[in-house]
Design a binder for this molecule. Structure first.
Ligand SMILES: O=c1ccn([C@@H]2O[C@H](COP(=O)(O)O)[C@@H](O)[C@H]2O)c(=O)[nH]1
Length: 229
């Protein structure tokens, strides 16, 4: 059995709703992502419960604070036994190094968000970030790699160029995944699952196209099939 490449984003308002979805899925078919909403309502207890049920958990809290605070938060997250966790690359070099020191290589995978997939050029201009998304993502990904982290979150649109310029084994994790017929919701830098994989993504984070589907397991199976063909 190949390792699952799809990480299902459990963006729910209660542990009960998240567990209801998780019981319809299968750790052989996907990993699960616990983000800010679910962690705020359900906390470490739910993360541990999902882990006990056999799922690899990506704890997506995007820590972004002063280095000392982020290091302590990262240590606490790694102690939960998660498979993957993240910080925000815009926290800068010292923060990334502090996070790496707190979560040594070979424990939880530690990755950094580059630019949110909900942001396009206009949004970057609004916050005064100079350059095109692809250039900024590449710069932040190189910084992340130089600080010794295990990978980045980026859009599948940037993956080809990152693959050429970053080390083999550096994880590229891509949210903003949509089929042609799907609603984009609040996502702006999007790609289909097959494009993401062809471009070289390691993992695809997919939320609403699975969690809001009439039959989430069927949706997951079809998405898995679309990336293995
Ligand atoms: O740049 C980013 C970083 C994280 N996310 C998270 O991924 C999922 C995507 O959910 P969809 O329902 O498939 O849009 C969500 O949990 C985000 O917090 C992201 O979208 N972009």
């Amino acid at each position: 059995m190949k390792e699952p490449r799809i990480i299902v984003a459990l963006d729910f308002s209660s542990a009960e709703k998240a567990l209801n979805l998780a019981t319809q899925l299968n750790p052989e078919l996907c990993r699960l992502k616990v983000g800010k909403e679910l962690f705020t309502v359900a906390g470490p207890k739910l993360v541990k419960q999902l882990t006990r049920e056999g799922f690899d958990i990506f704890l997506d809290l995007k820590f972004h604070d002063i280095p000392n605070t982020v290091a302590k938060a990262c240590k606490a997250a790694a102690d939960l036994g998660v498979w993957m966790m993240n910080v925000h690359a815009l926290g800068g070099k010292k923060m990334l190094l502090a996070a790496r020191e707190a979560v040594p290589p070979g424990t939880a995978r530690l990755i950094a968000v580059t630019l949110l997939t909900s942001m396009n050029q206009d949004d970057l201009n609004d916050v005064g970030l100079q350059g095109e998304p692809e250039q900024i993502v590449l710069r932040l990904a190189k910084l992340t790699q130089n600080c010794g982290l295990d990978g980045v979150v980026c859009s599948a649109l940037e993956v080809s160029s990152l693959r050429q310029q970053l080390n083999t084994g550096f994880n590229l994790v891509t949210p903003g995944i949509r089929l042609e017929e799907d609603s984009l919701d609040d996502q702006k830098r999007v790609a289909t699952p097959s494009t993401a994989i062809k471009n070289g993504a390691d993992y695809l984070v997919i939320g609403r196209p699975i969690t809001q589907a009439q039959d989430p397991l069927l949706a997951l199976q079809q998405l898995n099939q679309s990336i293995t063909m």
